[in-house]
Design a protein around this ligand. Sequence first.
Ligand SMILES: Nc1ncnc2c1ncn2[C@@H]1O[C@H](COP(=O)(O)OP(=O)(O)OP(=O)(O)O)[C@@H](O)[C@H]1O
Length: 326
Amino acid sequence: MIELEGLTKHFGKKVAVDNLSFTVRPGVVTGFLGPNGAGKSTTMRMMLDLDNPTRGRVRIDGRHYRDLDEPLKYIGALLDAKAMHGGRSAYNNLLCLAQANRIPARRVAEVLDVVGLTAVAKKKSKGFSLGMGQRLGIASALLGDPEILMFDEPVNGLDPEGIHWIRNLMKALAQEGRTIFVSSHLMSEMALTADHLIVIGQGKLLADTSMADFIHKNSRSYVRLRTPQRERLLDVLHGAGMIAVESGNGTLEIDGATTEALGELAAEHRITLHELSAQRASLEEAFMQMTAGAVEYHAHSTGDLPDAPPPTGPAAPQWAPRNEGA
Ligand SMILES: Nc1ncnc2c1ncn2[C@@H]1O[C@H](COP(=O)(O)OP(=O)(O)OP(=O)(O)O)[C@@H](O)[C@H]1O
């Protein structure tokens, strides 16, 4: 378990991390989401005692990182895949790390196998592609067989097969009861991987919620229609108390109606339809909206979100309240 309490980091006048408090629990994959510059890497660096907080604290299984004996056996991390010694082979990079942390040498071959680098174990890591470097970084995180694993943007540079692999690896590690904390700036990626979400924007906590809740609250359902009798259909919809919004290319979007009801309404009025389809707004859209709004909340010293903002159009998602499902 990882616990943050009021964690804050200033770089000069820049507030990179602003009073973050949340808990990362075992047995699930927790996604750490925020746009570029939101403060994810800085938060992770403070979790690993690589940066000192300006205020607040982090506890790893109840203790400060520097009070852990043999920390790699508690927490493994992939922060910067390029941090390896390029002149050393993959095997030797891991062996040095193992020896420095009193981890048995046999573990090196085991983790190389897990990440699929056995065939290139003797090659110097400076010749590795970005994807191979990521795999080597993941191997180093797994080396101490820790209960807690942190990955900063682990899918960077991976091809689709690699992305699929890391996704399944994280889920499998969580199923073993480990604590998995993974950062990304891509909602679409997290939607496929994470069970729980921590969202930050400009260093502040925006959401701490289960993925299921986030999807439930932010997936807007609507029906998309195309018709050559646009004006007539708009009149009919208006008469039925429905509001249609134009979304370009002659398509109309209607909230709060089913395809069945709209199909029957159109048939009743002998209106030809060229398209009638149920749609769901993407989570990426909801995430962008949530994080883009972060700047508006500087004045809220408690960090609480205000009530839902007024919708700006058919794509406006609802807000996921903080701390739900936490
Ligand atoms: N050493 C530093 N000195 C000054 N400013 C810094 C330093 N490290 C980070 N920052 C600033 O703090 C903010 C948060 O950066 P951070 O790298 O933690 O964000 P991030 O969410 O990880 O972004 P990305 O997805 O781009 O990696 C940014 O505005 C960044 O420019």
